[in-house]
Write a protein that binds this ligand. Structure first.
Ligand code: NAP
Length: 304
């Protein structure tokens, strides 16, 4: 079968190659992958992982063979799944508890946008629960995590301020009470801030957190460091700076239920991933666009 393979020394960071068929463990289903999405964090993995490594976390497709231990969806079920790697292939093995069945009205390409970005958005927002009536600030709101977090926060009753990098960057955003260009133009304080740009953005987030509010620090897209001291927090007493990893923030067995929650939000119309769709043969060309902040929402690839 064909699969995406890491080629860090080659003319492109990845390429399609013939590889061996997956051999599912007893708790794993065999899935025919139809679509997948690319995450910013995976761009770095292309550089640091060795030649021959197989990337791919976010996938959707159809179960070809149910897990041998009888767990998880039956053969023929359309699913969304989170794999550790090797998901960007014609077929892959997925632990049964890392997938959710798709409701009839959820498209495979929409579902493929959800695992890493949707779980990050959902789980980061839980640090501010309950969100009803609270002001929430989301940096990097145009991106994969940000545009989903904006919608989920709004669905939960929050009043969302979305920070984008330029005039064209917020056109696809749904659910924001206000969209601002650059965090420097933000007014007032927020009960919850999702911060992923780092550098001066994190410093500004500290200046805009409510007393006892929480800044969830989940990324450093700029690569810049942030200097701060206790004095910066003194006017925001008992505010919290919360480190975050979507993968370890909740128990392993919660992946399936949280993926099911995300697809149910898509099904009821309250969550709409914004997709930029391509063939998986174009993956190497689209990676630089994601790196250079030219993608709005999620880059999704069809296995054609
Ligand atoms: N901790 C975790 O568990 C976890 C999970 C998933 C992702 N992440 C991290 O969270 C961040 C967002 O992920 P994502 O998948 O949403 O990425 P993405 O789709 O590339 O979105 C990132 C957004 O950040 C904005 N941004 C602001 N300053 C930036 C800068 N200096 N360089 C690049 N982008 C900048 C960009 O929008 P504008 O151009 O409009 O400003 C861009 O749309 C990344 O740093 C990623 O590594 C962490």
């Amino acid at each position: 079968m064909l699969a995406v393979v890491n080629t860090p020394g080659g003319s492109a960071p990845v390429e399609l190659r013939e590889v061996a068929e997956p051999q599912p463990a007893p708790n794993e289903a065999l899935v025919e992958v139809r679509a997948f999405s690319l995450n910013r964090g995976e761009l770095r993995l292309f550089q640091i992982r060795p030649e021959g490594w197989r990337p791919g976390q976010d996938i959707s497709g159809v179960v070809l063979k149910q897990a041998a231990d009888g767990s998880g969806p039956a053969a023929g079920t359309e699913v969304v799944a989170l794999t550790d790697n090797a998901g960007w292939a014609e077929r892959t093995a997925v632990p049964a508890h890392r997938m959710a069945a798709l409701p009839d009205n959820v498209l495979l390409e929409e579902a493929a946008a959800l695992p890493v970005a949707g779980l990050t958005a959902l789980r980061a927002l839980r640090h501010g629960a309950p969100l009803l009536g609270k002001r929430v600030l989301i940096t990097g709101a145009a991106g994969g995590v940000g545009h989903l977090a904006t919608q989920i926060a709004a669905r939960s009753g929050a009043r969302v301020t979305a920070v984008v990098g330029g005039p064209e960057r917020g056109h696809h955003l749904r659910g924001a009470e206000e969209i601002v260009e650059g965090i420097d133009t933000v007014q007032g304080n927020f009960a919850l801030i999702l911060e992923s740009a780092g550098g001066s953005s994190l410093a500004a987030a500290i200046a805009h957190i409510e007393a006892k509010g929480t800044i969830v620090v989940f990324g450093n897209s700029s690569g810049d460091a942030t200097a701060f001291s206790f004095r910066d927090l003194a006017e925001h007493p008992n505010a919290r700076i919360q480190g975050f990893s979507y993968f370890t923030s909740e128990a392993e067995e919660r992946f399936g239920p949280d993926l099911a929650l995300l697809v149910s939000l898509v099904a009821d119309g309250s969550l709409k991933p914004h997709l930029v769709e391509h063939s998986w043969r174009e993956l190497a060309q689209i990676g630089p666009q994601l790196r250079d902040r030219q993608i709005r929402g999620k880059a999704v690839f069809h296995i054609d």
